[in-house]
Design a binder for this molecule. Structure first.
Ligand SMILES: [Zn+2]
Length: 96
């Protein structure tokens, strides 16, 4: 729990390992976690959803004030067994 995650580039796509080289396990059922992302289609394009710090503020023009450059892209990890989702925000989860 709380362990930093590292994605080893040599691994088969979808497998995620911790810094101690263990396959990331589901905290609910110990199933295997698969890397994914949450797309955001609201800008007439698909971008990776991002985390923004603080309370959201309303905007007359855009509903919510957002400065895209302030966001930290979200990596979403899904348990292959039970479907539990775990999110991490880190620039390394941006589209590559
Ligand atoms: Zn699970």
């Amino acid at each position: 729990m709380g362990q930093a995650i590292v994605i080893a580039p040599s691994l088969t796509a979808g497998y995620v390992r911790t810094v101690s080289n263990q396959i990331l396990k589901c905290p609910k059922c110990q199933g295997e976690m698969a890397q994914g992302f949450v797309p955001d289609f609201s800008h007439s394009a698909a971008i990776v959803a991002a985390w923004h710090e603080g309370q959201p503020r309303k905007s007359f023009w855009t509903r919510t004030k957002v400065r895209l450059r302030d966001g930290v892209t979200i990596g979403a990890f899904r348990c292959r067994r039970c479907g539990f989702l775990e999110f991490y925000a880190d620039p390394k989860f941006a589209a590559q």
